[in-house]
Design a protein around this ligand. Sequence first.
Ligand SMILES: C[S@@+](CC[C@H](N)C(=O)[O-])C[C@H]1O[C@@H](n2cnc3c(N)ncnc32)[C@H](O)[C@@H]1O
Length: 301
Amino acid sequence: MIKEQRKAKAKAIAVKLAYVILLLLTYTLGYLVASYPSSSPYPPLSHTSAPSIVQLANLPNQLDHFRVTTHCADRPVQPGLVRQTILDRVFNSTSPYQDFPPPHVRGRLRPKRIKGWGSNGAVFENLIRKVKPRTIIEVGTFLGASAIHMANLTRQLGLQTQILCIDDFRGWPGFRDRFRDISMVNGDVLLLHQFMQNVVSVNFTDSVLPVPFSTGSVLDKLCEWGIFGDLIEVDAGHDFNSAWSDINRAYRILRPGGVLFGHDYFTAAADRGVKRAVTLFARVHNLKIRIDGQHWVMDPA
Ligand SMILES: C[S@@+](CC[C@H](N)C(=O)[O-])C[C@H]1O[C@@H](n2cnc3c(N)ncnc32)[C@H](O)[C@@H]1O
């Protein structure tokens, strides 16, 4: 009898305990749901009135992460007007070589200081002979070694070619370890000026023009302004994201029949950066990659 009473008592305690645990669990769950924000990035829409078109247009969307909504010009600028268009849009209609060098850098530049990487490879002559470009866009110029080589080639072939050199002329963090001789004025390294001095020294100021901005911003602008390239060389940032962005943006401003190519396909850094970006891009767009020396060349399949 006592045994049965004990059993009943234990059962009653177990049931009470179960209720308490259930209560605690429900409470905890309710607390958690109330204190965490909704995973949706969108603000809640009022159910009482429909959203306006402006509200809808301004809702966050996937393109915000990439900002690639630039509308490219409907009509390309004629090759003969490319230089003047850049002068007007970027340099207040005045050649940057006018009155060069300015007093504050005079005496700080070397008469000629040219250094590049694979900048004289046969690929340049092969492509220039094949495409006979009127407009070349170089994405990543540094001191102008490859740009000056291309200017030489186009001159030898009697072509009327304008070469636009896109570079922020900042180099990269740490580049001064190897280029200490390039002067700095109040923290501003004179890379743009030394590049321009190099161009002056070989008398190519009429055919080689700096476009001193970050690649991402200016490639989109060229598209908006209607400036397209017959030959575009990509040789700026070598990490995957930079190369991927530059290649995608450059491809949008490549004239039909033009050729996109770039430096570095074999180094360890290229393997994780440039090479992956090039390979992925070619696969997505059904293009063939050809290797010419140290360069990759994207040919229409
Ligand atoms: C390897 S160097 C170019 C060498 C040149 N093509 C040659 O062969 O003589 C790379 C250049 O890309 C530029 N660069 C890198 N990332 C850039 C970016 N996001 N925007 C503009 N320039 C960039 C650097 O300033 C540097 O001058």
